[in-house]
Design a binder for this molecule. Structure first.
Ligand code: URP
Ligand code: ZN
Ligand code: ZN
Length: 459
């Protein structure tokens, strides 16, 4: 089927102009003024913005974690993503200790296949590095189309690796041009603080926050940055929250090092005062925790300065019944919260409309840079001839209120309940098919495809 989108304002990371887009099959075939074509369907996009489909580089769907499963699976999560203008997600396939990376990939592919509404790929989280895993890395990068590996410097006893494992992984991944990503907080210090608070009978969510002070993140980020420098590997810090951590990356630029950084809407928009809300604070128990106003300012500035290249969500929702497992002990509250659907609308409303970032920057950090870093560009991440026709038709003026009553996450609370935002995703095309039309889903579950990724193409 061919589709003509007429008169939309096309926004990419570098452009802003009004034109028609002609789509044949899954890709964009022509862009121009007053195109003379005979489409199967015409969409009038006058007055609307046209964005390349958003790509969320950090989600956890159907993930077993801390005694529960994240409540959105690949069906509900990718559908919520589409409603918010995100046409592709990169999820985390987590290696089970004692098992192979290939086994993790097969498990997670099995969770997504036939269910996902939108396109997907995986990073593989290496939690148990050994000679067998070393031998797998080349194959995973070259043959399986997975070019990024996640490491954890925290979650001691579960996911955390040590520095020797880290540098060995980095050296091996570098050989094949891949990328090492990190959850950068100091697991030993966190462990010490958790034990201290528990021994003093301090068990409320407030002590989750106090167990992970800024120093735990800045120290680990600095250590990761140094190890990346030593190895020369492509490096990426996920869900950065604070000034101290960003300054480690900033300092590294003085020795001509480039470390890529991701932050998330919750760290740009929410702050640690929420941890004073008694047990309701469990809604925002995530790692790292929410920080201070000064950190939000640093993160917005970091985006403008190009020190932060991507905004993902770290979408990892849990139902309230699962959060309640930690009612008497904050260490039993599954870490994570919902956010996938609202990333682009929140950044448009709080970022572009409030003059914190330009509209081109919005596209850079929610789509283009992610496509470049994770080896999807130019198939994804832009509106160009030959690219996948993943297109978001966005009303820049429509006001709405985020709420558990209207969101599409499978989660019985919203992290942004009552937030009023300007700007709404109206219609979404996924590889040339209308997936959402005027806020209504038009496709059945399953069209989402696993997308083979290349090595980072540099930004
Ligand atoms: O609290 C969080 N962020 N949960 C998801 C796992 C992770 O650390 O990214
Ligand atoms: Zn993490
Ligand atoms: Zn995460």
């Amino acid at each position: 089927m061919s589709i003509l989108i007429k008169n939309g304002r096309i926004i990419t990371a570098s452009d802003d102009y009004i034109a028609d887009i002609y789509i044949e099959g899954e890709t964009i075939s022509t862009i121009g003024k007053d195109l003379k074509v005979a489409p199967g369907k015409t969409i009038d996009a006058s007055g609307k913005l046209l964005f390349p489909g958003g790509i969320d580089p950090h989600v956890h769907l159907d993930m077993p974690f801390m005694g529960a499963f994240s409540s959105d699976d690949h069906e509900t999560g990718t559908l919520a993503a589409l409603y918010g203008g995100t046409t592709m997600v990169i999820d985390y396939a987590i290696q089970t200790r004692g098992d192979s990376l290939h086994a993790a990939l097969e498990t997670w592919k099995g969770r997504a296949e036939g269910k996902a509404y939108g396109d997907y790929s995986f990073h593989i989280a290496v939690t148990d590095y050994n000679e067998n895993v070393k031998a797998e890395l080349k194959d995973i990068i070259i043959k399986e189309g997975i070019t990024s590996f996640k490491t954890f410097m925290a979650y001691k006893g579960a996911l955390m690796i040590d520095d020797k494992q880290m540098i060995t992984i980095m050296n091996e991944v570098k050989k094949y041009g891949g990328l090492v990503a990190v959850h950068a907080t100091n697991g030993d210090i966190i462990d010490y603080l958790v034990e201290k608070h528990k021994s003093e009978g301090n068990l409320s969510p407030w002590y989750h926050y106090l167990s992970q002070p800024e120093i735990t993140e800045s120290e680990a980020t600095g250590r990761f940055v140094d190890l990346a420098y030593l190895s020369g590997v492509n490096s990426y810090v996920v869900h950065m929250t604070c000034e101290g951590a960003l300054n480690k990356v900033r300092e590294a630029t003085a020795r001509n090092q480039k470390v890529l950084v991701e932050t998330c809407p919750q760290y740009l928009l929410l702050d640690a005062s929420l941890y004073k809300k008694g047990f309701e604070a469990a809604k925002w128990v995530m790692s790292p925790p929410l920080r201070e106003k000064k950190d939000q300012e640093t993160l917005w500035a970091g985006i403008k300065q190009g020190l932060i290249q991507t905004v993902g969500t770290d979408h990892c929702p849990f139902m309230w019944k699962d959060k309640l497992k930690g009612e008497d002990d904050f260490t039993k509250i599954p870490n994570g919260g919902p956010g996938l659907e609202h990333r682009i609308e929140l950044l448009y409303s709080e970022g572009v409309k409030k003059d914190r970032i330009s509209i081109n920057k919005l596209i850079e950090v929610t789509s283009t840079n992610i496509a470049k870093i994770f080896g999807l560009f130019p198939q994804k991440g832009t509106i160009a001839v030959g690219s996948d026709a993943d297109i978001v038709i966005f009303d820049p003026e429509e006001k709405h209120t985020i709420s558990v009553d209207t969101h599409h996450h499978r989660c019985d609370y919203s992290a942004y309940e009552g937030w009023e935002v300007i700007g709404k995703t109206k219609t979404v095309l996924l590889r040339g098919e209308v997936a959402i039309e005027n806020n209504n889903v038009k496709i059945k579950k399953g069209p989402g495809k696993f997308i083979n990724r290349h090595r980072p193409c540099g930004i």
